[in-house]
Design a protein around this ligand. Structure first.
Ligand code: LCS
Length: 394
């Protein structure tokens, strides 16, 4: 992508990573190959020793994967990106690159269930301890610091409670301590939140969600801010092996082209759905950053470029009413995952966050009555009509 002036994010989403190619194809070919032929023995040896640049083996580098990685790196404004086989592979690889045995992590208490469970069950096997804290409270982060704290991992908005944490504040605390700030930007995408501008060092995404946007790929990505950080991350990914494959890279890269307009529609639709839910007599509480009732509304206005597509809410009738509602919807699918064009509804305590202990969920304020809605890009009136018919039965 060549340009004489800085491009807007809508343009980057469409063009980044698309390079000139042999036949002038507007969409570059998919290099669906595991390995690359060397010209001769010296060429192979030179590629391995780094004397020459080129492709060797797809776990190490692949042009289709790189095209997608370049697109996401440009979207986030980072140095380079590393495509992973899932969001969890991205979380694991990034932490493995940054941490050693004996290190300590501070992590948002409201995070995707598998992230919490990875840190609380696999981390200790490598003598890595995690303190889960309410990262929306900067004093709580400060209080959890230990001499060996190396990483602060913030997921904002937090899955599933939609709690918002102050990225710039967390970055200041991390850097004053000599630690790194890693932000899980999955719920926002680079269109709605700019963690590097706010001081983050590493960004991760589950690309399964908004980046791909079409609920047909499981993938993740790590974006590093600086050139100095990159080699350690690339080496860790190559050795752990949790890479994305060329075809999924192609699909994600295709999905990204519509990211900016999809996010606009997610914002608009979720705003309407959240306002509808908030005035409904059977709804006790709605958690949505676009509503002034959200506990961190002022921070959301400052830090986020839009409220996004994710809503959490509780009904007066608690878990039973929530189940009735989830069983009654017909347009919204009762399914985990999020961030696709289709609306999805699910129950965190028994589904996405079921691997956490009850104590962990209670600490993170993931109540049994909490319902999570990923608002798609359908006509908002149709989504609201579906919810309205279901709520009438609660
Ligand atoms: N980070 C966040 C914020 C997530 O929501 C998820 C998955 C991951 C990381 C892991 O990504 P994956 O390996 O699944 O690509 N969140 C899910 C959810 O809420 N429902 O199903 C998956």
């Amino acid at each position: 992508m060549k340009s004489t002036h800085p491009m807007h994010i809508e343009t980057i989403a469409v063009h980044a990573g698309i390079e000139e190619n042999e036949f002038g194809a507007v969409v570059p070919p998919i290099y669906q190959t595991s390995t690359f032929k060397f010209r001769d023995a010296d060429h192979g040896a030179n590629l391995f020793s780094g004397k020459e640049d080129g492709y060797i083996y797809t776990r190490m580098r692949n042009p289709t994967v790189e095209a997608m990685e370049n697109s996401v790196a440009m979207l986030e404004g980072g140095y380079k990106a590393l495509g992973c086989g899932s969001g969890m592979a991205a979380v694991h690889t990034a932490l493995a690159a940054m941490l050693s045995s004996g290190d300590h992590i501070i992590c948002s208490e409201s995070v995707y269930g598998a992230t919490a469970t990875l840190l609380s069950t696999i981390g200790p096997k490598y003598q890595i301890e995690t303190s889960f804290v309410d990262t929306s409270d900067l004093d709580a982060i400060r209080a959890a610091l230990r001499p060996n704290t190396k990483v602060i991992l913030v997921e904002t908005p937090g899955n599933p409670t939609i709690v918002i944490s102050d990225i710039a504040g967390a970055a200041d605390i991390a850097h004053a301590h000599g630690a790194l700030l890693m932000v899980d930007n999955t719920f926002m995408s680079p269109v709605l939140q700019r963690p590097f501008d706010l001081g983050a060092d590493v960004i991760i995404h589950s690309m399964t969600k908004f980046l791909n946007g079409h609920a047909d790929v499981v993938a993740g990505i790590i974006i590093v801010k600086t050139a100095e950080m990159y080699p350690a991350f690339r080496k860790t990914l190559n050795l752990l092996g949790g890479v994305i494959d060329p075809f999924n890279s192609f699909l994600v890269h295709r999905g990204i082209k519509t990211l900016a307009i999809r996010m606009e529609r997610h914002n608009e639709n979720a705003m309407k759905v959240a306002a509808y839910l908030e005035q409904h007599p059977k709804v006790k509480q709605v958690y949505y950053p676009g509503l002034p009732s959200h506990p961190q509304y002022a921070l959301a206005q400052k830090q986020m470029l839009g409220p996004g597509g994710m809503i959490a809410f509780e009904l007066h009738g608690g878990l039973e009413a929530g189940k009735t509602m989830m069983n009654a919807v017909t347009l919204c699918a009762l399914a985990v995952s999020l961030g696709g064009v289709e609306s999805l509804i699910q129950h965190p305590a028994s589904m996405t966050h079921a691997t956490m202990t009850r104590e962990q969920r209670e600490q993170a304020k993931i109540t049994d009555g909490l319902v999570r809605l990923s608002v798609g890009i359908e006509a908002p009136d149709d989504i609201i009509a579906d919810l309205d018919a279901a709520l009438a039965l609660c």
